[in-house]
Write a protein that binds this ligand. Sequence first.
Ligand SMILES: Cc1cc2nc3c(=O)[nH]c(=O)nc-3n(C[C@H](O)[C@H](O)[C@H](O)COP(=O)(O)O)c2cc1C
Length: 320
Amino acid sequence: MQGLTELLFRRVYHRCYPGAVDCAISPFLSLTHGNLADAWKKIDDVLPDLNRDSLPVIPQILGKEPVEFVELANRLHEVGYAEVNWNIGCPMRRVTAKHRGSGILPHPDEIKQLLDYVVPRLHPRLSVKMRLGLQSPDEIFSIIPILNDYPLANVTIHPRTGRQQYGGQVDLDTFQRALGLLNHPVIYNGDLCTLADYRRLRARFPQIQDFMIGRGILYDPLLPLKIKTDADPRFASNPTPTISLSDYPTALQFINTLTDAILDQPASDISKMHKIKEYWCLVRRSLPITEQQSLSVLHTDTLPKTLESLRKILSVSSPT
Ligand SMILES: Cc1cc2nc3c(=O)[nH]c(=O)nc-3n(C[C@H](O)[C@H](O)[C@H](O)COP(=O)(O)O)c2cc1C
């Protein structure tokens, strides 16, 4: 997720919860109008040397310029990536207006055009991350026969439309119909924020092997471990019995470590403060603190005040 699950986060997460997440999709590298310069600006985020002590990552590409897509994907393969992911789900209007991200979903011919050019020239495997449509969830049904024609590694579906952005309900009925028609492994993504959500989704879609967590990992950094250690007898094959949650940092300890890592970055105080607050806004939901404590961090206007407020909460709430 742009601005959230970049290298810094992935490194800290891996240090705190090794093995909790099987793999991460990188925030997208954009081909902006056929110009690779934008993508290269962010390439550090996925360079294997920098990602060594971090979550395993699959680089993601946003754009629909076939020549540049192949060039970027094959360069990523050269540096060691066996798979790249194509983002056709991004809902930002400045992206969709150019038929990129979920903006391409009402135009199956353009999807086919890109795949026709790219697939035979691509060295890494290709996977796709998509929504049900841009305007209508039924758009996916014109796309599925096209996707079925290519050797994709998998298809991740976030069952919303682009127009919904991140609001409204996920459309599980349409997702279920699409699942039955796709010939590729399907990964479910969307509103998986608690163990109960996971159990509900797992029970409804037993054929799905892999689930992608988005915002949920920030709402509750321990969620992937909770899922991996789930002792629900219906999914007896799932739990990893050697893992005990109490062996891992709490969400508070995690946010503390993440804050320290942000402070170590070569950035201005103001941008460090914004970054800390951005994470705090999400993770505060799972912390054993009052609303007043939680807001006290957000209502600060300088980095020292933010840290003072944060440390106060951490010192009061930390387990002894
Ligand atoms: C701030 C933000 C940035 C995101 N950036 C990306 C991105 O770069 N690539 C991507 O595929 N999805 C991105 N997403 C979408 C998430 O990966 C995910 O599909 C979506 O949030 C639904 O899953 P969730 O309900 O578990 O969060 C982003 C979401 C948010 C909120």
